[in-house]
Design a protein around this ligand. Structure first.
Ligand code: GAL
Length: 636
């Protein structure tokens, strides 16, 4: 997965419709002078492009594109479908997404549409076709919609979703008898006579059948890719420019690999300080230590994930340049962090980093969100660092090959399965994979996150595949036959495709004699100590079989076992436990690992080694002394 051959560049997100036309040219000139190449526009402008149904006003956008491009900028045009205008609701009153409590999501912000609504999907295709025809040859890249799934909008319990779900089930199971058997509906007399009797799995008296919920999760995800594809089809008729979508941090309600399959570039929106407060799940002590720098691993996890989603090509479409407006607390980045975040993205193979947004808006919901300019157009604090990155990039303009040591499988289906049946509070697949990722980064390793559709691991020295609750036969075979160490578990193959416990009991791996005979979840204050250091926390399995123990608890019970290349770990390990597991794997894999100072991370490209100090204090590293919030690199 290399990305050689693309220039590294900077950009920004701009809303010409927010500002008088007189300032566009000056803005464009200042963007260019600041070293920016890309400008994304248009993604929320539907009410100005089509103020009344069928009445198009595209001249202002044409003018804006002309102004920006003649200043030397390249335009990414966003389709405006995340913000259907108010008249759309009069036209399609049933287009709103509906929440799990059965309440329609109201008009007055954004993303109020249901992915299953056929009428809205056609409207979105229609406006995209118009923009593609008019602007197809004047823009340099496209963005479909904006942040699919944002504000909890993938799952919708609308009538449109209900009908589409019933059709989806019929197409999948063929007969109602097959569905009843697959879901085990004999339990609690849940058997159906017809597909049109099946409801959505909300508002049931107690928990719905997990097979029903998992089917609904898969169905809901399956609504997103065709919605996106409809836009891609229209754009490709008129334009050769690459098409992207901007994904988010820790939004996992749809399968991003599926959407990415139709696109040329994956982009994502990186708000490190907002995320730290809002979704990383770090301890309050770490939140305090990194409150102005962000989590040292959360951003790069997404860089590595979206590199896979983008089939090697990825950008940051929105980079936080100062305080945001939406987290519980919104501090300013520590001096140096805007530069650090930008370089970290490039070190992970980003082709572009675009800052959100050019100028802070003095009106509406995001008044308190900083930009590169203040509302009075004076430079805000982040702009100086952006300029510095721009001048540094001039000396290092090329994205270098990605070099990976380890593959880490990330599977959206497993994320839903863990959420459907966690069996213990706080057990999330995302966290499990992320904690493995952190441990690999603490050891100084380069990680490729890979899709569960991967069938060969020849490029890697080790594979980690924790938590794959349903394992397809093909992936199982690829992992079992990898010619490098491969770590499974916990919960590998714990459920069939239809959410049944398989017999023979999991993990049923060929080449590794181990059986999970019991699973238990643990209170946070009842971890189980491992002999030699570390703990099992939250979750542990009882393992039986002849494979060689490599980790045991203090009573001598097996926690992880190995036969040749295959390793199974039957517990959720804490940091010390995961560090031990990584060290054991590194030993069998001939991987050299490091012990990095807390908050320091390393990333190698084909030609350079980058060092990042995320701490608010200086540190001494192998690469030399590092100032707070700094990056240094050396040639290899
Ligand atoms: C993103 C979104 C932008 C803006 C930004 C604020 O999620 O794509 O439109 O709202 O957040 O941080």
């Amino acid at each position: 997965m290399t990305s050689v051959g693309f220039p590294r560049a900077l950009g920004t997100c701009y809303y010409p419709e927010h500002w008088p036309q007189e300032v566009w040219a000056k803005d464009a000139q200042m963007m260019v002078e600041s070293g920016l190449t890309w400008v994304r526009i248009g993604e929320f402008a539907w009410s100005r492009l089509e103020p009344k149904p069928g009445v198009l006003e595209l001249e202002w956008l044409e003018e804006a594109i002309k102004t920006l491009t003649s200043a030397g900028l390249k335009v990414v045009l966003g389709t405006p479908t995340a913000t259907p205008p108010r008249w759309m609701l009069d036209k399609h009153p049933d287009m709103l997404a509906v929440d799990a409590e059965g309440r329609p999501r109201g008009f007055g912000s954004r993303r109020h549409y249901c992915f299953s609504h056929a009428g809205y999907r056609e409207e979105s295709r229609r406006i995209t076709a118009i923009l593609a025809e008019v602007f197809g040859s004047s823009v340099a890249a496209w963005q479909t919609d904006n942040e699919y799934g944002c504000h909890d909008t993938t799952l919708s319990y609308s009538d449109a979703a209900l009908e589409a779900f019933q059709d989806w089930l019929e197409a999948r199971y063929g007969t109602i008898e097959a569905l009843n058997a697959a879901w085990g509906n004999v339990f609690w007399s849940m058997e159906y006579d017809r597909f049109d009797q099946i409801g959505l799995p909300n508002l049931t008296v107690t928990e719905p059948n997990p097979a029903h919920v998992q089917a609904f999760r898969r169905f809901s995800s399956d609504q997103v890719a065709p919605f996106n594809r409809a836009q891609v089809e229209e754009i490709r008729k008129w334009s050769d420019a690459p098409i992207s979508h901007n994904y988010m941090g820790r939004v996992t309600d749809f399968d991003h690999y599926d959407v990415g399959a139709d696109l040329d570039i994956a982009t994502w929106d990186s708000y490190p300080l907002g995320f730290l407060e809002d979704r990383v799940g770090a301890s309050s002590e770490r939140q305090k230590a990194f409150s102005r720098q962000g989590d040292p691993d959360f951003q790069t996890f997404h860089h590595d994930l979206y590199r896979a989603v983008g089939k090697g090509r990825w950008w940051i479409m929105e980079q936080q340049p100062g305080p945001v407006n939406w987290a519980p607390y919104n501090p300013a980045p520590l001096a140096g962090m805007v530069r650090l975040w930008s370089w970290e993205a490039f070190a992970h193979g980003a082709e572009a980093v675009c800052y959100f947004r050019w100028r802070q808006a003095p009106f509406a919901q995001e008044q308190m969100h900083s930009g590169l300019l203040r509302p009075d157009s004076a430079p805000a604090a982040g702009l100086a660092e952006v300029r510095q990155v721009a001048s540094e990039l001039a000396a290092a303009p090329q994205v270098e090959a990605n070099v990976a040591d380890v593959a880490l499988v990330f599977d959206y289906d497993a994320e839903w399965a863990w959420a459907v049946q966690p069996h213990g509070q706080g057990l999330s697949y995302f966290d499990l994979v992320f904690e493995h990722y952190r441990a690999l980064r603490r050891a100084g390793l380069n990680v490729d996150i890979v899709a569960p559709t991967i069938r060969g691991f020849a490029a890697y020295k080790a594979v980690f595949a924790p938590g794959l609750m349903h394992l397809s036969d093909d992936l199982r075979h690829a992992l079992e036959t990898a010619d490098c160490p491969c770590v499974f578990g916990p919960r590998t193959g714990a459920r069939t495709l239809d959410f049944e416990m398989p017999v023979p009991l999991p993990p049923a791996l060929s080449g590794l004699d181990v059986t999970v005979t019991q699973v238990q979840t643990l209170r946070p204050d009842r971890p189980i100590a491992l002999a030699g250091g570390g703990y099992a926390v939250g979750y542990i399995e009882t393992l039986d079989g002849s494979a060689t123990p490599i980790l045991e608890d203090t009573s001598g019970a097996c926690v992880a076992v190995q036969t040749q290349n295959l390793i199974y770990c039957g517990a959720w390990l804490d940091e010390a436990g995961l560090d031990r597991l990584v060290a054991l794997v590194a030993d069998s894999a001939d991987l050299s690992i490091r012990s990095l100072p807390d908050g320091v991370r390393v990333r190698r490209t084909a030609t350079q080694e980058f060092w990042f100090n995320h701490n608010a204090h200086s540190v001494d590293t192998e690469a030399g002394p590092m100032a707070p919030a700094s990056v240094i690199w050396r040639d290899l």
